[in-house]
Design a protein. Structure first.
Length: 338
């Protein structure tokens, strides 16, 4: 590993933008397809990987929802999340706030309880085995209607003490945040934190809606905010965390080239940007790979990388004491590496 790679792998960090269904590696997809007798339209693992070529978000989503069909039992959800935690333990991840999409599973007859029990047991194990703490974010699929989101929130009722936040993902264009303003208000009233994807493919106006109509605590992606200088200044002024995903942006053509990635511009504008993997099994890398790709393409310094890791704790839903402890460990690591 390069010096840069070694520094990044050891840098304590939180991952704040990770869809657990997007960490389904082709090897596990095949194993689960066999275990559950589910047919998949691929003859080999190489064929699966060859299909991962996308020119927009929707190309990816079509394949991602198809892949999720192999997830059936509580053990499947457990194994999926356990594989993620084992993998990112090597990436310096000490805390992860992971999204799951209940509707992807409940709409095909899998019980909400099956999904969440599997994920929660893997999260408990990850803390014991890898020292990684984690939180759950329940994301609503924005291509579905408000009624379906409300039904999902109702299913989550017995589990609210184990869910940190709700999120909003899937096809952005044509599904503005305003469509979910009432569901987000209801989630807020139940004590949940709020995050939403906005400004990945959607315009700056969608980011404004996420802030003003949903009242999000954190913004997923947010790239297109930079098209609007007033919005850019507002995000910086309000200390809004952006969970940016460089390899995802490249794979989904949000940027044409990593050399054009705006991560350092976000930092220069004073935005609390973080680096995350989004759907690592589909986009060619886990969180440390995202730091390395951005650092190499944009010439990020160790100071920039430490800033990004620092932002990941500041933008997390951990309490102040836990954030302070992580920051102290991060500072010690950076001082030691000098
Ligand atoms: N990058 C992304 N954007 C929107 N929805 C998603 N679901 C999983 N990954 C996503
Ligand atoms: Zn995402």
């Amino acid at each position: 590993m390069s010096d840069l790679g070694t520094f990044i792998a050891g840098l304590p960090k939180a991952e704040l933008h990770l869809h657990i269904e997007g960490s389904l590696e082709p090897e596990l997809m095949f194993a689960l397809a066999q275990r559950n007798g589910v047919a998949i339209p691929f003859a080999s693992i190489d064929e699966v990987r060859a299909a991962y070529s996308f020119s927009r978000l929707q190309d990816f989503l079509d394949i991602y929802y198809q892949g999720a069909n192999v997830l059936v039992t509580e053990a499947d959800f457990h194994d999926l999340a356990a594989a993620y935690f084992a993998r990112v333990a090597a990436d310096g991840v000490v805390h992860a706030e992971i999204m799951f999409d209940p509707q992807t599973h409940t709409d095909r007859g899998i019980a909400f309880d099956t999904v969440i029990r599997g994920l929660l047991s893997a999260m408990e194990e990850a803390e014991a085995e890898h020292g990684i703490t984690s939180r759950l974010i329940m994301s609503f699929l924005r291509h579905l209607d408000e009624e379906s989101a409300f039904a999902t929130l109702a299913m989550a009722e017995p589990w609210l003490d184990r869910i940190a936040a709700v999120g909003l993902d899937s096809s952005e264009l044509g599904h503005p945040p305003e469509k979910f303003a009432r569901v987000f208000a209801a989630a807020r009233a139940k004590g949940l934190r709020l995050v939403a994807h906005a400004g990945e493919e959607g315009p700056p106006a969608y980011v404004e809606q996420a802030l003003d109509l949903l009242g999000v605590d954190r913004l997923d992606h947010g790239n297109r905010s930079l098209e609007d200088p007033v919005l850019t200044a507002r995000l910086a002024r309000e200390g809004m965390t952006l969970t940016v995903c460089p390899l995802s942006n490249l794979k989904l053509c949000v940027v044409d080239d990593m050399a054009d990635h705006p991560i350092d511009r976000m930092l220069a504008e004073g935005i609390r940007a973080t680096v995350n993997s989004d759907d690592p099994a589909y986009f060619g890398g886990y969180v440390a790979d995202n730091y390395v790709a951005a650092a190499e393409a944009r010439g990020l310094s160790r100071q920039d990388l430490a800033r990004l890791a620092r932002n990941s704790f500041l933008g997390s839903f951990l309490d102040d004491a836990a954030v302070a402890a992580h920051l102290a460990r991060l500072d010690a690591y950076v001082a030691e590496a000098r």
